[in-house]
Design a binder for this molecule. Structure first.
Ligand code: NAP
Length: 284
């Protein structure tokens, strides 16, 4: 595989993990974000604000070659303006500011684009009619990427978990689990697999293999919130004192068949492997 120059825009948790994988493969990696102090060693930091086209142009002026652009910025605020800035305007500004056209653009999207809520299976061919502003704007961001004048691929992550993301663990440690009814299927992907999937697809592009415009990236085991919180309570020996219905996303089951068929092997195919690893880490 050729050595490539790869720009990761919004080089945060997933982006930094991806950047380290790409460095290990011998690529040259640039990471763009506002605060570049925390970037892992080896990733060349570019400090810029995606919402400011002029500053972005100045920051990217010297990047005369960019084979792969990974756009992985996350909204700074959970409102329409924040989403529009991160998932629509930021992509436009980046494409406008880059001195040369990348060979391929990857955009990290979300399973929040699906509206389904009856525990049905969804995949890349399922209709997306989100009712939430976040789903609508993410879908708009996807459409913008897929209609750009360079080849693009949208990778829809389900709920990302991993080191430092302790929301569910903390909830169960407090003794709170999800009730069995109403049934609520949830979907997740470990941070390392988010980066792994992107790295896998980038390798294919660099090897001139065809990839699809859209992949749904989620582990192989959609489970009910009741199952996962009960398993966790048993694993960490937490005494259950309350049951709370939490429906942040619709109840659906995300299929990763397309990624598996393409040859991707999940490091954490299920929450049991992923959370066992995390809980071990916390005890060290
Ligand atoms: N969290 C989930 O469960 C979930 C689910 C599905 C999809 N996703 C998507 O997956 C992707 C990766 O997520 P992540 O967890 O790696 O996010 P993250 O750790 O929050 O990283 C996002 C990065 O974007 C940068 N950023 C935000 N606004 C910016 C701006 N105006 N200018 C320049 N940089 C900016 C931030 O850096 P600075 O603050 O230093 O600028 C941050 O490092 C995101 O697109 C996210 O929306 C997340």
């Amino acid at each position: 595989m050729q050595q490539a120059t790869i720009l990761i825009v919004g080089c945060g948790d997933v982006g930094s993990t991806l950047g380290q994988m790409l460095l290990n493969q011998g690529h040259k990696v640039f990471g763009l974000r506002r605060n570049i102090n925390q970037l892992p060693q080896g990733i060349q930091g570019i400090s810029a604000d995606l919402t400011n086209l002029e500053s972005l142009k100045a920051a990217l002026a010297d990047l005369d070659e960019c084979h792969i652009l990974v756009y992985a910025a996350a909204a700074s605020s959970h409102d329409e303006a924040g989403y529009e800035a991160a998932y629509v305007t930021g992509v436009q500004n980046t494409l406008q500011a880059l001195p040369s056209k990348p060979k391929h653009l990857f955009f990290t999207s979300s399973s929040g684009v699906y509206h389904q809520n009856d525990s049905e299976w969804v995949d890349e061919s399922s209709p997306c009619e989100p009712k939430s502003f976040s789903g609508k704007i993410m879908l708009k961001g996807e459409q913008q990427v897929l209609s750009a004048d360079i080849p693009g691929t949208v990778v829809r992550f389900s709920g990302i978990y991993g080191p430092g993301r302790n929301h569910l663990i903390n909830r169960v440690m407090r003794g709170d689990i999800a009730p069995a009814k109403p049934e609520h299927y949830s979907n997740r992907i470990h941070r390392d697999d988010c980066a792994g999937v992107l790295s896998f697809l980038i390798s294919k592009v660099l090897n001139s293999e065809a990839i699809d415009p859209c992949y749904l990236a989620s582990d192989s085991n959609p489970v009910t919130m009741h199952e996962i919180t009960t398993w966790m309570a048993t694993t960490i020996n937490s005494q259950i004192t309350s049951e709370t219905v939490s429906r942040r996303a619709g109840s659906k089951r995300c299929s990763n068949n397309k990624l598996i068929k393409a040859g991707y092997t999940f490091k954490y195919p299920s929450y049991t492997e992923g959370y066992s690893d995390l809980l071990d880490l916390d005890q060290k």
